[in-house]
Ligand binder design. Structure first.
Ligand SMILES: [Zn+2]
Ligand SMILES: [Zn+2]
Length: 582
């Protein structure tokens, strides 16, 4: 019997930065590498995060998934783990110690920890998952314990880099596994799948070590407290802050739930080294002399619910920013977050803090390799075929250009988007069918209930606000009972619009009280009333009828858009739908 083809099914991470997820199939056997989330753009109102659309895997009832294999602990690689475990109960997980620890925290939170087993692997280890022989190799990135994978298949060796950069002076001292990459190339690599995030950045990405210099400068000069905001998963950065604090005789406190939990977990795994007597709680941080204190906080992306924003707003109870404090924002804004980050920084300055951020000082460097590192990866691995992954389309195309420069024939390079299957057999690699590979929005507890049309409504609401007219109508004579009620949000300031409201009420009363009593006519009358009201405020266009009469004294609702109010952070706070029916 002919060996089944290898099918590579990218379900996320291609054509976007985030929600990385790829399935590898041999006949009916499959593994999945990474199950990430993506953070919403500014125009995805009210969406908490986005997970990959893995409907295809659910539809393939014949497919046996043997394992969820992880490259590293970042959200864009692990964030959807609970959603996937929920659908594929019993499928085991494979990850390095820190990644496993971060995944465990998520699964405990989601009460799904008993539905999988987490197998902890070491970088460099070989292990089998179903018919796939995996060989992990250590790479440097911006979180410890990152690996890429060599995947041995009957049709050749596939190398998946995960997120990487070639950092020769990493914080934890663990250098990239050049030897393993060279060994792969000796064996012959069929296909390389490599991180494209920085494909448009020339040169080399600086080592994490340059941050030490910047921290040193800040710590030497700061007279008051120092607060450092970064990603809670950036354990190596936390270590750098700890080292600087130790050197300058400062104690350290941790603020924010994920930050505190991750620090506990990373210390338990001995990945983060902080002497016991250095750690203080936030209460002590307020009473110690300012120049003896560092506080590590979350919220480097300006997220409203995280510590940094609350400090900027003055709403964080356990701590406040005082004049003379130094705040370091040790992260770059993820595309789309620039606005909220600058707003937060401005507010911190307003409170008298000295805020340090890149490019003021290099207090953050990228965790992804730039063009020269991409060339080096291609030269080390020497693949026959190449598939750029992890990046927007522009990054994937740039990366493919680099591969052409490195001598890979253009016909052997596959720039594909999510859902485009690649097939591999002894003849080579080619494009296969297309499967769904879109977005699934997660909004609070609701997964996938929100689609494009809801998003469109939210955009309209955010732009126009809404108006609801509620009127009680006598079923028999079609006349109004009492006064019509008008509710608006994001439309006009009611207290200053007495005249308009009076006018609207009069119009509604007049229109409804004229003519016959049939329900349909009441509906038509409401439409007429709304049209007349609209003409009073030309920007209040689309009104619609929300309900009609059914009972004796039915209530008629008129609605302009669906309900939503813009809060000051540009995101929306939703108001319960205010449909008035009978
Ligand atoms: Zn990453
Ligand atoms: Zn990533």
């Amino acid at each position: 019997m002919a060996k089944p083809k290898l099918r590579i099914v990218p379900l996320g991470g291609l054509g976007e930065i985030g929600k990385n997820m790829t399935a590898f199939e041999l006949g009916n056997d499959a593994i999945i590498i990474d199950t990430g989330i993506m953070f919403p753009n500014n125009d995805m109102l009210g969406v908490d995060y986005i997970i990959p659309d893995f409907r295809y895997l659910l539809d393939r009832k014949d497919l046996k998934i043997h394992g969820l294999v992880y490259t590293h602990g970042h959200e864009d690689h692990t964030g959807a783990v609970a959603h996937v475990v929920e659908q594929f109960k019993g499928v085991p997980i494979y990850a390095t110690p820190l990644t496993a620890g971060l995944i465990e925290v998520k699964l405990i939170d989601a009460k799904l920890i008993n539905h999988t087993t987490i197998n902890v692997i070491k970088a460099g280890e070989k292990f089998n998952v179903g018919p796939f022989k995996l060989e992990s190799f250590h790479v440097c990135h911006s979180i410890p314990d990152c690996v890429g994978y060599g995947i041995h298949t009957p049709h050749g060796l596939i190398v998946h880099t995960g997120d990487y950069k070639f950092d020769n002076t990493p914080v934890d001292g663990r250098k990239p596994d050049y030897a393993k990459l060279a060994q792969f190339s000796q064996e012959g690599v069929m296909l390389l799948m490599a991180d494209s995030t920085n494909a448009d950045k020339p040169g080399w990405t600086p080592s994490e070590a340059v941050i030490d210099g910047a921290f040193e400068e800040v710590f030497r000069n700061a007279k008051g407290r120092i607060m450092v905001a970064t990603f809670a998963s950036l354990i190596s950065r936390i270590q750098q802050v700890v080292n600087a604090a130790q050197k300058h005789g400062r104690k350290i406190a941790f603020a924010g739930h994920t930050m505190t939990e991750n620090v506990k977990m990373a210390r338990r795994l001995n990945i983060l080294k902080v002497p016991d007597d250095m750690i203080i709680d936030l209460g002590r941080a307020n009473t110690l002399e300012p120049h003896k204190v560092v506080v590590m906080i979350t919220g480097s992306q300006g997220e409203p619910s995280a510590v940094l924003s609350k400090l900027a707003m003055g709403t964080y109870r356990a701590l406040e920013v005082n004049p003379g404090d130094t705040v370091i924002v040790s992260a770059h804004p993820i595309p789309g977050n620039e606005e909220s980050v600058s707003r937060t920084i401005n507010k911190l300055f307003q409170r008298g803090a000295n805020v340090i951020y890149d490019p003021i000082l290099p207090v953050h460097v990228s965790g992804h390799g730039s063009q020269e590192e991409m060339k080096m990866m291609l030269n080390l691995v020497r693949p026959r075929y190449f598939m750029p992954v992890h990046g927007e389309l522009r990054h994937l195309h740039q990366h493919s250009r680099i591969a052409v420069e490195m001598g890979i024939p253009e016909k052997n390079i596959f720039v594909v988007e999510n859902g485009m299957v690649l097939e591999v057999d002894k003849y080579g690699v080619r494009k296969g069918e297309r499967v769904p590979g879109g977005y699934v929005f997660v909004d609070g507890a609701s997964v996938g209930d929100i689609g494009k049309s809801v998003m469109r409504d939210r955009e309209l609401l955010a732009r126009d606000g809404f108006v609801i007219i509620s009127a009680t109508v006598d079923k028999h004579n079609g006349k109004l009972i009492g006064e019509p009620e008008i509710i608006t949000r994001g439309f006009i300031y009611m207290r200053d619009a007495d005249d308009l409201m009076k006018q609207m009420k009069n119009t509604i009363t007049q229109v409804i009280n004229s003519g016959s009593s049939k329900t349909a006519t009441v509906r038509t009358k409401c439409k007429t009333a709304s049209a007349v009201c609209c003409s009073m405020r030309p920007n209040a266009a689309r009104w619609c009828l929300a309900s009609s009469t059914r009972s004796n004294a039915g209530r008629v609702g008129l609605m302009h858009q669906a309900p939503s109010v813009i809060s000051d952070r540009g995101a929306t706070q939703r108001v319960a739908p205010l449909f008035y029916g009978d």
